[in-house]
Write a protein that binds this ligand. Structure first.
Ligand code: GDP
Ligand code: ZN
Length: 292
């Protein structure tokens, strides 16, 4: 029996990285009966018949689990969005944050392409807004190389994934940190005359002994529909620690009287824009639940 980690999965075959290298595996039938489908990122125990082929016998308990695409045991997400080209969509950023909080991931926000912000005014205001909420926000540029070492430092010691709209510079950032990966960027895919990501599978890359990068081409959008109405408030982390609303933890901070969150918005302690983002997502969940 050997311990390993699934780094790639293609049509029923799992590629498991172990001390001795990468072993192609099939899953033991009993796993299907137990309703366990191995996914990339899973820590597994395999048995081998010969040196090139193995059987996955057991899947260890997952620390986190992402869906669409399925990846297990991600620790940290770098939510990436650009200061320009495309313009920052903060309400989308808030959705990525909600999703990542729900999944239990550590969050680092990367504000990319800051070389395109001439006076850095916009950069500063976004960094301020999200730092105040309590997030680490790192302004980066592959043109000037600004803060690339910081991103590298943040990747160290964990399994991380980059999320964000297409075109914000995710592949470019990774390539500048780990040139050996040589991910396809939109420029290259234009040159080759094809859309990016069309043939790529989700895959894990071991960058060094304790640093893993998950390349998941699908992780650019998601559905908010698996968050409940009374759950959403927990994923706006600045709403906690303000004190008790009159309706206690039943308060969804919307129309209730004596609500500490609404008070904090009124006196400027909490960003009004973030609060509006919250109300908007709340509304969406509500209409999804009544018509969905
Ligand atoms: P992805 O879809 O998020 O992986 O984005 P890409 O890495 O493919 O980048 C999209 C485009 O943005 C490419 O043309 C990159 O050259 C460009 N880009 C990426 N990072 C920067 C940056 O820091 N500054 C500028 N000016 N352009 C960038
Ligand atoms: Zn309240």
């Amino acid at each position: 029996m050997i311990k390993g980690k699934i780094i790639k999965a293609i049509s029923g075959f799992f590629y498991v990285e172990c001390d001795s290298g990468i072993i192609e595996c099939k899953a033991r039938g009993i796993l299907r009966k137990k309703n366990v489908t191995p996914i990339i990122g899973d820590n597994v125990i395999i048995s081998t018949t010969d040196s090139n082929c193995g059987i996955i016998e057991e899947v260890m308990l997952r620390k986190t689990e992402l869906v669409r695409p399925s990846v297990a045991n991600i620790d940290k997400v770098f939510i990436t969005f650009a200061i320009k080209e495309p313009n920052p969509n903060l309400s989308l950023l808030d959705r990525f944050i909600v999703f990542s909080e729900k999944m239990g991931l550590d969050i680092v926000i990367l504000l990319s392409k800051v070389d395109l912000d001439e006076n850095l005014e916009k950069t500063k205001s976004i960094v301020d807004e999200y730092s105040k909420v309590g997030y680490k926000v790192i302004p980066v540029s592959i043109v000037t190389g600004q803060n690339m070492d910081k991103v590298k430092q943040e990747m160290k010691g964990c399994t991380s994934v980059f999320a964000g709209q297409s075109g914000v510079g995710k592949s470019s950032i990774i390539n500048s940190i780990v040139p050996a990966l040589n991910l396809e960027t939109s420029e290259i895919s234009h040159k080759l005359g094809r859309g990016k990501h069309t043939t790529r599978h989700a895959q894990l890359f071991k960058i060094d002994e304790d640093t893993i990068f998950a390349d998941t081409p699908g992780f650019s959008s998601f559905e908010i529909n698996d968050v409940d109405e009374d759950e959403l408030k927990h994923y706006f982390i600045e709403f906690s620690g303000l004190g008790e609303c009159r309706f206690g933890n039943k308060c969804i901070h919307k129309n209730e009287p004596d609500c500490v969150v609404k008070e904090a918005v009124e006196n400027g302690e909490i960003s009004k824009r973030r609060y509006e983002s919250y109300l908007q997502i709340l509304e969406e969940i509500k209409s999804y639940n009544s018509f969905g």
